[in-house]
Design a binder for this molecule. Sequence first.
Ligand SMILES: [Zn+2]
Ligand SMILES: [Zn+2]
Ligand SMILES: [Zn+2]
Length: 142
Amino acid sequence: MDDALHILKENKYKITKQRKSLLTYLSQYEESYVDVTVVDDYMRNQYPGMSHNTIYRNIKEFKEMGLVEQRMNGERACVKYQCDFSHKHHHHFICTSCSKVVELDSCPLGYFENQLPGYKIEEHKFELHGICDECQEKLVKN
Ligand SMILES: [Zn+2]
Ligand SMILES: [Zn+2]
Ligand SMILES: [Zn+2]
């Protein structure tokens, strides 16, 4: 939370009560993604006057400042709290059983760049899916 608030201040972003509680809510989701609609429901319960637009805009702004990470799960947008505030670019392993998200330090982009000499890669998405160690242990025990 302190890191996030610091970044908000650096961006001269006005920290309202609503924004702070949105951020606090999102900060629970550091190790797994939450559906954006769930966040929206929570916020509208807390602040009945708050519009969907405001909530989605705040999430987008948080994303642009690197406070949260977003991905698409099929058609649904999911969001999680940033796992690493210092070096922003990284990838994830996502457990298909418990939805735990693990941060990966390395990026495979260089490997592909070597195969495309002279090309400019503008965007890449890379995500690993599988069963985490804890879930594998549970599977063995059951
Ligand atoms: Zn991450
Ligand atoms: Zn798992
Ligand atoms: Zn990368």
